[in-house]
Design a protein around this ligand. Sequence first.
Ligand code: DUC
Ligand code: ZN
Ligand code: ZN
Length: 472
Amino acid sequence: MTQKLIKNGTIVTSDKTYKANLLIEGEKISQIGEGITADGAEIIDAQGLLVLPGGVDPHVHLDLPMFGTVSSDDHYTGGKAAAFGGTTTLIDFVSQDQGSLEENIIRWRAHAEQKASVDFGFHMNITRFNGQVAEELTTLASLGVTSVKVFTAYNNRLRLPDGEIFKVMRIAGRHNLLTMVHAENGDIIDVLVDEALMAQKTTPIWHARTRPGWGEVEASLRAVAIGAQAEAPVYLVHMNVAGEVDQLAYGRHKGVSVMGETCPQYLFFTYREYERPDGAKWVCSPPMRDLEDQVRLWQGLEDGTIQVLATDHCPFYFDGSKPIIYEGKPIAIPGKELGKDDFTKIPNGLPGVGDRLPIFWNSAVNTGRITPNQFVKITAENPARVFGLYPQKGSLTVGADADIALWDPELELEYGVKVAQHRTDHNLYESTTLTGFPVQVYQRGNLLVKNREWYGKPGMGKFLPRAAGEII
Ligand code: DUC
Ligand code: ZN
Ligand code: ZN
């Protein structure tokens, strides 16, 4: 079995920072301790570097069809971008298309497995409900899919009525599944969108104006309350409004098993981005909000009300009529230009999977807002715990997968589309100087990235059957 010894690094876990060597045997961490040696092992000198568990991003949309195009990162390119940013585990969503839940999972797994460059798991979207789906939900955990996502918006497409959400949650609660909720008010959005289009209000700012934050405050409380009545755990995805954090705190205070995530875009941008000539880049659902929302989201991350920083990575080109050169080949994928005359036709989503760790380190750790240990907790350990991957993922412990990011806290780079490796033509943090980047990234002991060079391959990433998650 091949051995790799990471020497002289500083190990960072969710509760400790200490100098130690770390031995990898095959795909696993086999020893951690001071003065460990191993004859014949490949030596990796981590002097001056931090040794972090590879990041876990539990919210990505790879190869997602939308508005006549598809999100521009697939399971290969998205995994590669993730790894460049220090993330080695992704959880993607299975759409509920034709056939049973199991058939959908098998189909999407086969599709992803050919390409995946990092390890991945799945959540199952439940967008159609009946007696048969109710039955199928009871066996989902046996397929390694231990979370479902429901929507209170996207009427006539993805949304379930509250009664069905209640039924899904009740079954989920009884069968070791976590219900994730996309919480917006679909009815009110539809009224506002119709009115905006009638009045020929078609620019990107209307995307935000037709999806008011109050709809999320109300829908997130509804999700918490349905979870309480169903006696089932709930996870609020992509929280972006201060009032949502308040609802989450209220639910937790009341003893409801409710948890949640936010995403970097909501910590750094506001609705004012939509007023820019390239405002379409920020069109995603839910949209960017206000400065006071950012303040509450930061507070929620700092005090543990929000457990996870995910991304909702779902990139589209800004101008998909022009190819970019990706791995030496020109690639053009229709993108945001599809909605140049109508904000409702702009594919919803933005890149982020590779940005998450460097952006958050730079703004949260370098400023002293959160500690390196909290950083590990929010970006790796907590998502692994909540989604049933801990301690295999998100942890530097003996027996865990050797998913490791060697992090140089001093490395400074001007960030942007050329440094980030997303397969798209823009980056939301273009020309921002960041300090702190991964310089080597390993998945199950295999080198993926070293000094900004790629060593991964399609198919190296494995499907992760997940256990029931923890409520934290
Ligand atoms: N929101 C987006 O912006 N894109 C993908 C899915 C979602 O909920
Ligand atoms: Zn969503
Ligand atoms: Zn999403």
